[in-house]
Design a protein around this ligand. Structure first.
Ligand SMILES: Nc1ncnc2c1ncn2[C@@H]1O[C@H](COP(=O)(O)OP(=O)(O)O)[C@@H](O)[C@H]1O
Ligand SMILES: [Mg+2]
Length: 382
């Protein structure tokens, strides 16, 4: 069965109304704010009307003033959407209704207007994981990026690997520890990790921005690392450490019936002596511990292989819109996939944008392309 979708909206002033949604309930709240700042600075205001909607850490939707300078993430400033920093936003839950309203205590509901497309710039659970995508599907509102299933699969480092492996794509050795297994018998759960060679990386299965991740050198450090990861997600994945370089590729959905487009590949190099054991949160956002370069200096065959895997990974999950695929180019000369991010960090300085810039697509054009892809793609089964 297919669902009927409303035609692509056209407004009398010719502008498309884009709701930029950011913040959110995950531990990547501040990173999402930083991404929103970048997009709000660069989006073409002649073409798009922006409705800046923040989601507070406790899940309140508020209409913000959209001032990008308040949303930057620096070592001295962690941006945050306050639950009472604006009027509450109500999203319609009927397929015939596309009008957003605001509610403030003691006043009558105020109509903000119709929204044509939502740009969910949310990272992590309750945003990048299919939940907001499901909400928008129910409301029949178009949105940028992957749908429910691909978002959910891309958020879960366990099922992501299951799907990649099922599509014949190379992933590293790993073990999963569910909450039930951990509660029942931690010793037995840790035994499952015994088949992996150390060092291992212990991660929350559904998080991002390196939050909750520990590199563990010996079995003695395993339990504490699992408990730490469990503070972010009670499902934990333990991966064998891969010795090699981190090579990434940006993917954009093709136009029409075309397959995905891939960028030049880039490299993340964590600086020796920077104090970072791997590409951790601080190296990602707060200091100069990592160097991003594009195109990466790797043999052409390696770059081609990363691009092939990136496109195949995008397809294997049924992704839409955008994704960044992160690979390891191992010391033994192989390329394996580390992960896919269906809503990668997306400021002008982020790896995703940089890789497109190096490939000839500027940041403002990239934003435009993503919104146009979303406008031409109906919601519902497709
Ligand atoms: N199996 C692994 N082997 C080597 N390094 C790893 C491995 N897994 C993660 N890392 C390091 O940790 C970083 C964050 O891990 P990643 O799985 O990408 O989590 P996130 O979703 O938080 O970005 C990687 O960029 C890499 O530097
Ligand atoms: Mg990563």
């Amino acid at each position: 069965m297919t669902t009927e979708n409303s035609p692509q909206p056209v407004r009398t002033d010719g502008k498309v109304r884009v709701a930029i949604v950011f913040g959110g309930r995950s531990s990547e709240h501040a990173v999402s704010c930083a991404t929103a700042a970048g997009v709000m600075r660069a989006i073409d205001r002649d073409k798009y009307d922006v409705i800046p909607i923040g989601i507070s850490r406790d899940g309140h939707w508020v209409l913000t003033d959209g001032d990008p300078s308040r949303l930057e993430l620096t070592s001295g400033h962690t941006p945050e959407v306050g639950a009472d920093s604006g009027a509450g936003v109500v999203v319609p839950m009927a397929t015939t209704e596309r009008t957003l309203t605001t509610l403030s205590p003691g006043s009558v509901p105020d109509v903000i207007g119709e929204v044509d497309v939502v740009f969910p710039l949310l990272h992590g659970p309750f945003g990048e994981d299919g939940t907001i995508q499901g909400m928008l599907e129910l409301a029949d509102i178009r949105y940028v990026g992957s749908g429910v299933f691909a978002s959910a699969a891309g958020m879960d480092k366990h099922y992501m690997k299951v799907l990649f492996a099922g599509a014949g794509l190379p992933v590293g050795p790993y073990a999963v520890i569910t909450d039930r297994e951990w509660q029942r018998d931690p010793a037995a759960a840790m035994e499952a990790v015994g088949a992996l060679k150390y060092p291992v990386f212990v991660k929350p299965a559904r998080a991002g921005s390196s939050m909750g991740i520990t590199k563990v050198e010996t079995p003695g450090g395993l339990e504490a690392a699992i408990e730490f990861a469990r503070q972010h997600d009670r499902k934990v994945i333990v991966e064998q450490g891969i010795a090699g370089r981190e090579i990434e590729c940006a993917v954009l959905q093709g136009r029409g019936v075309d397959g995905p487009r891939v960028s030049h590949v880039g490299e993340i190099a964590v600086q020796a002596g920077s104090g970072h054991e791997f590409y951790d949160f601080e190296a990602k956002y707060l200091d100069d511990g990592a160097v991003l370069s594009c195109p990466a200096e790797v043999p052409p065959a390696v770059s081609a292989e990363v691009q092939r895997l990136a496109g195949a990974a995008f397809e294997s999950l049924g992704c839409e819109g955008l994704a960044r695929v992160d690979c390891f180019y191992t010391d033994t000369g192989d390329v394996i996939i580390n992960e896919i991010n269906t809503m990668p960090g997306f400021t002008p300085r982020s790896m995703y944008s940089m890789m497109w810039e190096a490939t000839g697509l500027s940041y403002p054009d990239l934003i435009d392309e993503l919104i146009q892809l979303a406008l031409t793609r109906p919601v519902g089964l497709r």
